[in-house]
Write a protein that binds this ligand. Structure first.
Ligand code: SF4
Length: 296
């Protein structure tokens, strides 16, 4: 019986666009692990796996992954690994998996800024292709309230450093993160942030409070109210209103979204705003993805 040469420490997450990638776990957990809404790595203590262990997995993969095109380095913030570890891992991928055309990973603002443009450029030269970064909001108050551990300015600087290094930048933000009270402030500031940081790709996901998180407890105890479905769509519209300067693909088609949108901006902006306005005014459930079909 075939058995994988990779020993994953579950759970393992990856962006939707890495669905067909070979996942290698360079780090375990998240180096920050304090955001109030996130339960992804709650039970994992962050560590960088030993380079020899990772390299031997890469070497073992060469026997069956002959035509693998993409590799995703997990877990939550693989960019937190020391520069030398990242370089050796990327060199190992080049050596043992020569068909790989792009390597991607999650990186948060702390890790991006620690490596700086020089470090990121060195990683690009060894095959890193894309950084997935989730600033989640462009609103200072929201970032503070969810304990993101980074300011808007630092996150903006991190974005600029990724693109200055020549790496692709894919950015994720979260609808609903400021509750109903901060809804419009969060949405508009985030739209402006996306336009200013100019990532290659941007995606807006709808936040679903996860049991066991502080965010979920705050909702359960009525200290925080999540916008309803129409309120979340209104946030998307406010966000788009602020994105007249944004150029490139903007996705709101994650499984969490009630109204999947896949846009190329600025071309599709007016049409999308018009459609959102109609759907919000009509309030017809038939316009939305049913709750059971949202792949959460
Ligand atoms: S949202 Fe990202 S940075 Fe925050 S705890 Fe989760 S994985 Fe870590």
């Amino acid at each position: 019986m075939w058995s994988s040469p990779i020993r994953y420490e579950e759970p393992v997450f990856r962006p939707p666009s890495e669905a067909h990638s070979l996942i290698l776990q360079l780090t375990v957990g998240c180096s920050w692990n304090r955001c109030t809404y996130c339960g992804m790595y709650r039970n994992k203590e962050f560590r960088v796996r030993s380079t020899s262990e990772v390299l031997s997995e890469i070497e073992a993969c060469s026997e069956f992954a002959g035509d693998v095109r993409r590799v995703f380095l997990a877990d939550g913030d693989a960019l937190a690994a020391p520069l030398q570890v990242l370089k050796e891992t990327l060199s190992g991928i080049r050596r043992y998996l020569p068909s790989v055309q792009r390597v991607g990973l999650y990186g948060d603002s702390r890790s991006i800024l620690r490596h700086g443009v020089d470090g990121l450029s060195a990683l690009k030269a060894r095959g890193l292709g894309i950084v997935y970064f989730g600033p989640e909001s462009g609103d200072p108050e929201t970032l503070r309230s969810v304990r993101k551990g980074a300011t808007v300015e630092r996150q903006l600087e991190a974005s600029k450093q990724v693109t200055a290094s020549g790496l692709k930048l894919s950015m994720m933000v979260l609808l609903g993160l400021a509750g109903t009270d901060g809804s419009e402030r969060h949405a508009r500031a985030t739209g402006r942030f996306l336009a200013e940081s100019a990532p290659n790709y941007a995606a807006a996901l709808m936040l679903t409070p996860v049991s066991g998180t502080e965010f979920h407890s705050a909702c359960a105890q009525d200290r925080l109210q999540m916008p309803d479905r129409w309120g979340l769509l209104q946030e998307l519209a406010w966000m788009l209103e602020e994105m007249s300067e944004f150029r490139g693909p903007f996705f709101a088609n994650h499984a969490s979204n009630y109204l999947p949108l896949k846009l190329r901006l600025p071309r599709d902006r007016e049409k999308a705003l018009h459609m959102l306005e109609e759907v919000i005014a009509r309030r017809d459930e038939k316009d939305l993805t049913p709750e059971w079909a949202r792949g959460l």
